[in-house]
Design a protein around this ligand. Structure first.
Ligand SMILES: [Zn+2]
Length: 140
């Protein structure tokens, strides 16, 4: 299971045993064996979040804290945890807001807008580029 996760995601998960525990991840306790399941452009925001969470977990001695699932649901970052407090919840909420303003194509934090039925969040520039490409394709 964990073997099929990308190297980049694996190295992020393994960097924070205080948040995720250690592999092999028992599926009855955590879904981290499936990786982070988010767009690559969100990974820097997630690493930033995991750094901040590690500090809180250490300082507030949250010995039972675990991130048990990270995923994208309808274009929104979802992080499920156990044993957290208000501060961990706040940090996760903050990361959710940041990712919702991050372009899913170029990663720019440029107040992107949701486009179309799929709820894809892209900045104006990327929207224009992909739109131009679509028009080109219809012309030829
Ligand atoms: Zn963009």
């Amino acid at each position: 299971m964990f073997e099929s996760v990308s190297e980049r995601e694996k190295s992020i998960i393994l960097k924070y045993p205080i948040l995720f525990g250690f592999p092999p991840f028992d599926e009855s306790e955590t879904l981290m064996g499936y990786g982070l399941g988010v767009n690559e452009v969100w990974l820097p925001t997630l690493e930033d979040l995991f750094d901040k969470l590690s500090v809180v977990v250490n300082e507030d001695i949250l010995v039972n804290f675990r991130i048990i699932q990270v995923k994208t649901k309808f274009g929104i970052l979802c992080i499920y945890t156990e044993g957290g407090n208000f501060e961990t919840a706040d940090l996760i909420h903050e990361a959710m807001l940041t990712t919702s303003k991050t372009c899913e194509i170029c990663g720019k934090q440029n107040f992107p807008k949701s486009r179309g039925m799929t709820g894809v969040m892209v900045c104006d520039e990327c929207f224009k580029t992909t739109k131009d490409k679509r028009n080109e394709n219809t012309l030829h």
